[in-house]
Design a protein around this ligand. Structure first.
Ligand code: ZN
Length: 1019
């Protein structure tokens, strides 16, 4: 094995692949449109060929390639040139020495940074490295900027993570990591919502009947806490594997005693300010969960059908006016309801003083009415069929359309527990939504009080957990009076920055219309409402002193022990309340439990970031508690994201089989072909790629695309690393000495960094993704990187031309790394750990890890590239594209193989363009010459088309540039091929010691005699 390959971490296969890269980049990848030849990254292009690139380009092929340079793989016409690489390869494969005479003078890329991410092992390694070195904490502590607090919305500690969690936490991590680079002290405390019914039910379901009978509230609470903590642990491990940085050792759990204390403090403050009251009001009651529910715990599924009835109440007299006397006893008041079961408790019929009512006589024709109309089931009552001279009172406006709404309010009298209570008389014990409803309807009909029954489809509130219908029920509950601080809340909403901006309408509408917040729940697994009730009067006792106890204590301590000193002697008169708080009160107090308690955190938080459903959930509950007690919003900005759907925009569900599991995305599935292990960075790249303001899509196809883009990005970085293997920062060429092409490259880079920074500041990551993709994968590879190879490999190791190029490349590497690091931190760190040179921050500190770097400062000098030159370079790149088209024609016509075998002729009448092109043929810096930019051996700019030569050129093309035509011709290059660089030159043959070299190569060899081979290959 030659020493060349030893430099590749002892892996000959990789070495072969690496070496191939140089040549393959000069091949046209597809015959489709060859004008824009290099679409893919040079280092990566071979990978696009198949799943097993290394195999496809085995050693065997490489050696054959080198001996038959014009006929590799049978499609030599598509191949451009790569002399030095081939020469090196030949020597490596033991070809005759003379063939590879100059191979050791060629500077090929070298790096230990592999093309394959190997994320299954590499990402955990890097994560361990960060953890062991406490990189997040150290960087944050050392940062000199202000603090940045993104306050985590607590996911529910129940079940496995789904893609929605991944989207949410990775978005947060991207923001936090960007702020770290921006020199902020970033503290991110992850949280979990641990109380509530789902966990309580899960625990109950896991117990058998016998154990359940023995269950005390304390035992149930202990089991629920254990379950929640175990879930927190598993979810935390997954979040860590996503590469999310957080203070994992100190998360906040809503079951922590300190947290509960802060929550009760918020409750107490609200109570003292008079915002908490006990009221008997209709609330949403879930018979299936046996508790009151808040608005945020309801959902309104499609297709709910209620039994609606039109019923009548007989007027029996007593009216003060004689207005209706003539109709009595045959006059009724008609009502319409979708809840017939409420009739037994009905105490009155309300009428609207502002409406006009009419007495209408009913002339019924039962045969006609019994007909079922379409989908709606209609059942006229007996009264319609039998009773004559029936008069009902209805609102005049409704006479033409009885099905339209009635201005009726029902005042419900008594409570029942999902079933009718004793007070319901003959209906007691019946389920209100089942038999009870039917019994009432029948009863009304028997008593000639039913006009009609009709099934009625409408929006109806369901319990979001049990997926069963709720009912309205008047009960004694604890409420937070939103009315008391609604105006302050609306004002605060306008001071918050909502991203996307339309979200302000959503939160405003929801807050302005919401009724008082029912905060009590009749469950065990939660924070108890600290209230005592007088045994006889049921009067609640709650004041500053009573609101002071931990959660479990409430359950195990006696009333006497719980009561404050001054009430102790009356302990026998009181009992403890058994209600717990709405879990939205738990999480809605997190600003107090976390921002208000942890050291280094600030109130309000800079950002809250959650899904759009939190406008009626956490964003709102946090806002309400904070406004009520602090008078201001707990956040300065709120970012919302949509839901994750499958590739077709369908909701993910197990039954559809379209669920994308974040764990499988990272670790791969059973079948690695269908479900490869993509690693966290590919998933993170996906997060950056979606416009999260709306719903986002993911599926196997999208993941494959992401993986492809990731590989290309990795290839770009590998190119940079490989070509900087001998770089030292003090090799840098001063800006003013750089060739124009290099100054232009820095100008473009700086604009890209500037744009990306703006996008980060506006949280528009999908734009960053697009910029990175276009710049690093398409633009750089197609142009700068492509033509840079010539001077990098053959310009001479320490030559000005190579050093100036490396100056540009090192700047690109350092900038690209930093701008992508928040999105793909593992990739960035992996590159950083393979950095071949030492780099120090502006303040002189060494950066051991990539996040110890700071965001690149914008360089005004680079940005000041003159506007007219920017324009000229745009036109030059367009010209290059057109030249490539003609070169392709020549290649197809077998005139040339490699573009280095070509000479290009140009003519344009454009007075601003022509002189500059002419100038560039003889540019002072070789890198700026047109032939290097076109990757041809010669370029000649013709001052006139009136020469014989024009007609002798075989392949020509023309395009319109502004108001002028530009003419392009391609003929074979003049002179002979230089053995070392494969450029054609008339000078080849003129140096007696080196008869096969061109002038440039001769100078390189003579001026910089090659170092001993052994030294040249040390990695
Ligand atoms: Zn040469």
């Amino acid at each position: 094995m030659s020493s060349f390959f030893k430099s590749f971490a002892g892996n000959p296969r990789e070495a072969a692949a690496m070496a191939m890269v140089q040549s393959s980049s000069y091949r046209v990848l597809s015959g489709r449109n060859c004008s824009n030849i290099r679409r893919t990254t040079p280092l990566d292009s071979f990978l696009a060929k198949g799943r097993s690139p290394v195999k496809a380009f085995s050693f065997l092929y490489v050696s054959r390639y080198s001996t038959q340079p014009n006929n590799e793989f049978g499609h030599s016409s598509k191949r451009r040139s790569r002399g030095p690489v081939m020469a090196a390869k030949k020597a490596a494969d033991g070809e005759k020495q003379e063939d590879g005479k100059y191979k050791h003078t060629v500077d090929l890329p070298k790096t230990g940074f592999g093309m394959r991410a190997n994320s299954l092992t590499r990402e955990p390694e890097l994560q361990k490295l960060w953890e062991e070195n406490q990189v997040f904490k150290r960087v944050s502590d050392n940062n000199k900027g202000g603090s940045f607090i993104l306050h985590d919305g607590p996911p529910y500690a129940n079940g496995d993570l789904h893609m929605g969690h991944a989207l949410n936490k990775i978005l947060k991590d991207i923001i936090n990591r960007y702020k770290l680079l921006q020199n902020y002290k970033v503290q991110y405390i992850p949280g979990w919502d641990c109380h509530g019914l789902p966990i309580e039910l899960k625990v109950l379901q896991s117990l058998d009947q016998e154990v359940r009978k023995e269950l005390t509230p304390l035992k149930l609470r202990a089991k629920a806490a254990k379950f929640a903590k175990a879930t927190v642990k598993t979810q935390m491990e997954s979040f860590k594997r996503f590469g999310v940085w957080a203070d994992w050792n100190n998360p906040y759990l809503t079951l922590d005693p300190e947290y509960e204390a802060a929550q009760i403090e918020v409750f107490g403050q609200m109570a003292l300010q008079g915002y908490i009251y006990r009221g008997r009001k209709p609330v949403h009651w879930s018979p299936s969960s046996r508790t009151a529910l808040a608005e945020a715990e309801l959902e309104y599924p499609e297709g709910h059908v209620s039994r609606s009835i039109y019923a009548i109440f007989k007027l029996v007299g007593g009216a003060k006016t004689s207005l209706l006397d003539e109709f009595i006893p045959n006059i009724c008041l008609a009502v319409w309801t979708t809840t017939p079961w409420t009739i037994p408790a009905n105490a009155a019929v309300a009428v609207n003083a502002k409406l006009q009512y009419s007495v209408v006589e009913v002339h019924s024709s039962p045969e006609d009415e019994s007909a079922s109309t379409g989908k709606k089931k209609k059942m006229p009552g007996k009264v319609l069929k039998t009773q004559q001279n029936l008069c009902v009172i209805v609102a005049t406006d409704l006479v033409p359309a009885l099905e339209a709404k009635w201005g009726v309010k029902l005042i419900i009298r008594k409570t029942f527990l999902g079933n009718f209570t004793e007070e319901a008389g003959q209906f007691r014990g019946l389920s209100v939504l089942g038999d009870g409803n039917s019994a009432v309807v029948s009863y009304l009909d028997e008593n000639m009080s039913l006009v009609m029954e009709e099934s009625y489809a409408h929006k109806y509130p369901y319990d979001w957990r049990t997926k069963k219908p709720t009912i309205f029920r008047a009960t004694e509950q604890w409420f937070a009076s939103v009315e008391g601080f609604r105006k302050a809340t609306m004002d605060a909403i306008n001071d918050v920055k909502w991203i996307p901006h339309q979200a302000v309408n959503r939160i405003s509408a929801m807050t302005s219309s919401r009724s008082d917040w029912c905060i009590s729940r009749q469950r065990t697994w939660g924070v108890p409402i600290p209230v005592f009730y007088h045994v006889e009067t049921k009067e609640p006792l709650m004041n500053e002193e009573t609101v002071e106890h931990g959660s479990d204590a409430w359950w195990y301590m006696s009333v006497e022990d719980l009561l404050p000193e001054k009430y102790r002697d009356k302990a026998a008169d009181y009992e403890k309340g058994t209600d717990t708080m709405d879990v939205w009160f738990d999480s809605g107090s997190s600003w107090a439990g976390v921002l208000g308690k942890r050291e280094g955190l600030t109130f309000p938080a800079d950002v809250y970031l959650e899904g759009t459903d939190q406008h009626r959930g956490w964003f709102q509950s946090s806002l309400l508690t904070s406004i009520a007690t602090k008078g201001k919003a707990p956040y300065s900005a709120v970012i919302t994201h949509g839901f994750v759907l499958d590739e077709k925009g369908m909701k993910m569900s197990k039954s559809l089989g379209n669920v994308v599991d974040p764990r499988l995305v990272i670790e791969g599935g059973k079948n690695s072909k269908d479900a490869p292990a993509y690693g966290a960075d590919v998933m993170r790249l996906w997060v950056s790629s979606v416009d999260y303001a709306g719903d986002v899509l993911i599926g196997p196809q999208i993941l494959r695309q992401m993986s492809d883009i990731y590989r290309k990005l990795r290839g770009t970085l590998r190119y940079l690393l490989g070509n900087l293997h001998d770089w030292r920062v003090d090799n840098a060429v001063p800006y003013q000495d750089l060739p124009i092409i290099d100054q232009h490259a820095l100008f473009q880079l700086e604009n890209v960094v500037k744009n990306i920074q703006e996008c980060y500041e506006n949280y528009q990551f999908f734009k960053i993704f697009q910029i990175i993709q276009r710049f690093t994968i398409v633009d750089l590879s197609n142009f700068y990187f492509d033509i840079a190879k010539d001077r990098l490999y053959t310009g001479g190791t320490s030559s000005f031309t190579r050093r100036s190029c490396q100056t540009v490349l090192s700047t690109h590497l350092l900038s690209i790394l930093r701008v992508i690091a928040p999105i793909v931190p593992h990739l960035a760190e992996d590159v950083w750990q393979n950095l071949p040179f030492e780099y120090k921050n502006e303040d002189g500190s060494a950066a051991k890890f990539v996040f110890e770097l700071k965001w690149p400062l914008l360089n005004e000098q680079w940005l000041s590239f003159p506007a007219e030159d920017v324009l000229f370079w745009e036109r030059l790149l367009e010209l290059r594209t057109e030249v490539n088209k003609v070169l392709e024609l020549a290649r197809n016509g077998k005139l040339i193989g490699s573009s280095l075998e070509a000479k290009v002729y140009l003519h344009t009448a454009n007075v601003s363009m022509a002189p500059r092109l002419l100038e560039m043929c003889e540019a002072q810096n070789e890198a700026d010459t047109l032939q290097r930019i076109f990757l041809t051996s010669q370029v000649e700019v013709l001052s006139s088309m009136e020469t014989e030569m024009v007609s002798s050129v075989q392949h020509t093309g023309e395009y319109v540039e502004g108001e002028n035509k530009v003419w392009i011709g391609v003929s074979r290059a003049e002179g002979s091929k230089c053995e070392r660089c494969w450029n054609y030159s008339g000078q080849v043959g003129s140096f007696s010691e080196h008869p096969t070299l061109c002038g440039r190569c001769f100078n390189v060899i003579v001026a910089n005699p090659p170092e001993p081979v052994a030294a040249a290959v040390i990695n």
